[in-house]
Write a protein that binds this ligand. Structure first.
Ligand code: TAP
Length: 453
């Protein structure tokens, strides 16, 4: 059996060693989940809801502990990690209301009665990336459990600690054995087995577009249901008629949150040419004032990157001759630090402009008019997120409808809320998570005709 040493990204010191799950153990867990599902789907909807509420309460009682684990094991600033643990609680509580609302339809037909049922799919395999270990786990877990599915989750190899603890808290809350299992390990063993095992009826994958493509091909062999949440290269579009002060002040938070390791990062700022100079004047102090440092300190806004290898990858987008307009600061010494960095002007074919960097690097590009802003925003295979800054409501709606992306905000840097749908256009994904309809994605509709004559 192999193992992985979790490293504190802020200190480079080992935190703990985690044993990897083998392929055989994964198969055994999937079989346990399938057996548990028979009983779980039969739990009365009100009782399933009650158990999910208890699970949420158990998380609530351990928010500080979970946040501390994420700070140590993933380098997230403690303020952000506390919010993330709270999000797990809130997502569980939100979907706790779903089992009693999982109704079918009665459809008028001659000669009888036609009704539909939303039947749980069965075992769900949840494959989670390292950048937001807690929220992303909960986005698949809560609606799947609410629908009557059981869940086998694989956290990312580098960040398994909070998922393992959440699995323990599920049992403490009274969820039956086998309903939710966490299997730390690698994508090539545990993840692959979840994709290949016929008893897993759905995969919820969040990660890179490249691995998502492999998983989609693997699921095709079984016609396995699939939700994909993949990469992004989102635009933050600032029109001349916007509140430029607000747009510039919020731009760092739109891209440097979680040190830019955020699928929704607005990593391409597009600014109308007539206000470019003013915008850059305002952006510089905003970037330089981002508080980068010890993630355990309450006022830290940005922590380190996840690993030395990832820092090298991020740095490769900023070679020595890169057009660095200005940068923020980052600590020296131990830790995988990288300063917030603004590149301008960038060539349209520069990798920093075309590829997802997944680090605290943003490009700024001018545009002449609304049509060019839309063309630039759409000139990417991704379509996950984005922002539009303008005081003109008509323009805001026009541009929002024209930008090919799943989640947009107007005059705000964020568009992710657990009670609204989330997901990507184009190569950013398939299907939607969150919001009131997410439970449906863990069911198949059964149609039943009952003759009355
Ligand atoms: P990936 O390398 O794609 O890994 C994601 C997960 O898939 C990890 O748990 C990984 O396991 C596993 N995996 C790798 N190969 C696999 C295989 N062949 N079969 C099954 N599972 C496999 O992504 P990452 O580097 O962790 O995360 C960064 C990416 O995720 C970025 O592109 C980012 O945009 C995207 N992301 C998207 C969203 C949404 S909501 N759209 C949210 C967060 C992140 P290991 O532990 O072995 O790596």
């Amino acid at each position: 059996m192999t193992s992985y040493t979790v490293i504190n990204p802020a200190t480079e010191r080992p935190v703990t060693q985690i044993e990897h799950t083998t392929a055989e153990q994964t198969d055994a867990a999937i079989e346990r989940a399938a057996r548990a599902q028979e009983a779980w789907r039969a739990v009365a909807p009100g009782d399933r809801g009650r158990l999910l509420r208890r699970f949420a309460e158990e998380i609530d009682a351990h928010v500080d502990e979970l946040a501390a684990l994420e700070t140590t094991g993933s380098g997230h600033p403690v303020g952000a990690a506390t919010w993330e643990a709270g999000q797990v609680r809130d997502v569980l509580a939100y979907y706790a209301a779903a089992p009693e609302r999982l109704t079918g339809k009665q459809i008028p037909v001659p000669g009888g009665l036609d009704v539909t049922f939303k039947e749980p799919l069965g075992v769900v395999g949840l494959i989670v990336p390292w950048n937001f270990p807690m929220p992303i786990l909960s986005w698949g877990l809560a609606p799947a459990l609410a629908a009557g599915c059981t869940v086998v989750a694989k956290p990312a190899e580098m960040t398994p600690l909070t998922a393992i603890r959440i699995g323990e808290l599920a049992l403490a809350a009274g969820l039956p054995e086998g309903v939710f299992q966490v299997l730390p390990g690698t994508g090539s063993v545990v993840g692959q087995r979840l994709v290949d095992h016929p008893l897993v009826r759905k995969i919820v994958f969040t990660g890179s577009t490249e691995v998502g493509q492999q998983i989609m091909a693997g699921c095709a062999r079984h016609i396995k249901r699939l939700t994909l949440e993949l990469g992004g290269k989102s635009a933050n579009i600032v029109f001349a008629d916007a509140d430029i002060e607000r747009a510039a002040a919020s731009a760092p938070y739109a891209v440097f949150d979680n040190a830019g390791q955020d699928c929704c990062a607005r990593s391409r700022i597009l600014v109308e040419s007539s206000v470019l100079d003013r915008f850059m004047e305002l952006l510089e102090p905003a970037v330089k004032s981002v508080r980068v440092g010890d993630p355990a300190a309450a006022d830290t806004e940005m922590g380190p990157l996840i690993s030395a290898a990832h820092r090298e990858h991020v740095a490769s987008y900023v070679p020595t001759d890169a057009p660095v307009a200005f940068r923020g600061s980052a600590p020296d010494g131990a830790g995988f630090w990288y300063p917030p960095t603004v590149l301008a002007p960038v060539a349209a074919d520069a990798p920093a402009y075309t590829e997802e960097i997944f680090g605290p690097v943003v490009t700024v590009t001018p545009f002449a008019d609304e049509a060019e802003a839309i063309t630039l925003a759409n000139d990417t295979p991704y379509g996950l997120s984005g922002s539009i800054w303008t005081e003109n409501v008509g323009r805001a709606v026009r541009v929002a409808r024209a930008v090919e992306t799943g989640n947009l905000s107007v005059n705000s840097h964020s568009s992710v809320r657990y009670w609204t749908p989330f997901g990507g256009f184009k190569q950013s994904g398939l299907g939607r998570e969150l919001g009131p309809d997410a439970v449906d994605a863990f069911t198949d509709v059964k149609n039943l005709f009952i003759a009355t004559n």
